[in-house]
Design a binder for this molecule. Sequence first.
Ligand code: DOR
Length: 445
Amino acid sequence: MTNKKTLIRNATVVLPDEILRTSVLINGSTLAAVDAAVHASADEVVEAAGLHLLPGVIDDQVHFREPGLTHKEDLAHATRACAKGGVTTFLEMPNTAPATTTQARLLEKLALAAEHSLVNYGFYVGATPQNLDELKRAQRTPGIKIFIGSSTGDLLVDQQEALERIFAETCLPITAHCEDEATVRANRQRWSGVSDVAVHSKIRDHAAARIATQRALDLARRHQHRFHVLHVSTGDETDLLADSAPWITAEVCPHHLLFNIQDYPRLGSLIQMNPSVKTAEDNRRLWEALRQGRLQVVATDHAPHTWEEKQQPYPQSPSGLPAVENSLALMLDQMHRGRCTLAQVVHWMCEAPARVWDIVNKGCIREGYDADLVLVDLNRRQQVRNEGQQTKCGWSPWHGTELQGWAVRTWVRGQEVYRDGRFDTSRRGAEALYDHARGGYWATA
Ligand code: DOR
């Protein structure tokens, strides 16, 4: 790590409590001054008048497929996509091949990321009905991921006794994919033989999401265990989250805010994902819950599959879509459409995930914090194009959509990794999170 000084001059800077036209000085990997003198001495001066400086996005739910599924995605492609999209930190899910269900496999992933990741990284440990001892011992991880309903891969824990023990006997935060397995299986039986992909939303229906989220919330409340609900897809679940305990948080993905069942005729299996898209009324209620704080985080569930895999007839077509390089632009575009403010976008995508996942010194532009930054041109209008995607799968469900508000430069701990279509892949800034003892917002011991 060098001690290079970079002065980002006259940007409109999104600070925790205000948005201010000012200059920011990076020294090495750290934010040395957030209201720096315009003529502060620096090795590099970035003239940023007319541009907005935001904290780097923290995406707490991605599937980067390495090891084992690298024909769909890998860390090199996925983290270039992150850099382009203004995402400076990701937390990755355990349903790789093999699944990350032991400390040894977690360490293997950390070693892969040290070699290939352009941005900061952390990896969840996956729960199985048999690996309680591993979950109790797990280190260097943000937390435990439980698939209470099955999705891509074979991770599943839906037996009540196994769930009770995980919530009772482990200490790490728990996060879960909540779709009720029994409901999904019964629906699948009922709709078997139907190959119209729209049936996916009838199989993975409102009840499946509501029952599983209710069940997980009940476990988290009784055991008073730190718990985060992934990808909430229904208005009903947001009702369950009203007045929830302070140790319970939840998130929503751009695709559940922006797509619904009316989009199946246009997009087909490209918007087949788990949980499924629901109705326009669910979109409306998810936005409302986000604005009211019942949902705290926006994350992508970036889950690439190849174009060929996605073109198979339902139900062979796999669930999941890529989003990491477009999520910030999608949300900034929604801001332009009056759905939310810039401060809210930064809160949902940067500040809140840092708090939820105990990530110290990130998520805000504040003196002494890590220089994880994204410079954004709020006026830039650009179409999402399949041919321009960095993700290895090479397609986006938003292909052809023009969005306003794009990242133009991205720094990871003071190192510029992306600038206007070009990447510095030397990976000097990227760091592993959770290498040290937990000591942030949620630490209790
Ligand atoms: O649609 C999905 N795809 N949802 C998930 O939870 C998993 C993901 C994947 O890994 O493909």
